[in-house]
Design a protein around this ligand. Structure first.
Ligand code: SF4
Length: 200
């Protein structure tokens, strides 16, 4: 393991847990800095912690997390091989959508995580993370429905990465159609990982 990367990520996580840069710290039980392999070639970016993530301080636990594990298996991946982070590190009350000021306050943490990990492939889960990464990459964003399921060669924060937007796994829990689209997207992801030589 690259200890310097792990140390940088640990330092960012400590800052996140103490952060009061936006009002979301007031209601959090736990901040959710993100977790995974500091040397991951594939990084996943979600939206924000939900109820169980806030309780446990870990990303993608609960039903959406279980489904994400199933999707990762479709792509030939284990959680331990990837890094999973969110645009917001604290839970918005009632799981409401992130506010622009919260995104502005929180995303420097995500940016530092991306720059430390230096992934080759960034998978964005849902509208907010895709909009954020597309903006950083200078790619026009017209909604996740149009953007999803395609690979974009991009420059994000000075790094050459392939960006792959898909739906948020939670969408697959309430819609059979979205569940199928997610499974199809993660199968495409598997082929791309093999194509890029990123399989572990
Ligand atoms: S959401 Fe981000 S910016 Fe706001 S308090 Fe939590 S860690 Fe800080």
């Amino acid at each position: 393991m690259d200890l310097s990367k792990a140390a940088v990520l640990d330092a960012i996580a400590s800052e996140v847990r103490a952060c009061k840069k936006c009002g979301l710290w007031r209601n959090r039980k736990n901040a959710v800095p993100g977790e995974g392999d500091p040397n991951a070639k594939v990084m996943f970016v979600g939206e924000a912690p939900g109820y169980w993530e806030d309780v446990k301080g870990e990303p993608f636990v609960g039903a959406a997390g279980k489904f994400l594990d199933t999707l990762l298996a479709e792509a030939g991946l284990l959680r331990s091989q990837v890094f999973i982070g969110n645009v917001l590190k604290c839970r918005p009350p009632g799981n409401r959508e992130p506010a622009p000021a919260e995104i502005e306050a929180c995303t420097p943490f995500l940016e530092r995580q991306i720059m430390a990990i230096k992934p080759k492939l960034v998978v964005t889960l849902g509208n907010y993370s895709t909009a954020y990464i597309f903006t950083k990459a200078g790619i026009p964003f017209r909604g996740i429905t149009e953007a999803r399921g395609k690979f974009y060669q991009a420059n994000v924060l000075g790094l050459a990465v392939v960006v792959f937007p898909t739906l948020h796994p939670a969408a697959g829990l309430y819609s059979a159609k979205y569940k199928q689209l997610l499974i199809e997207d993660f199968r495409l992801l598997k082929a791309k990982i093999l194509d890029l030589g990123l399989a572990v």
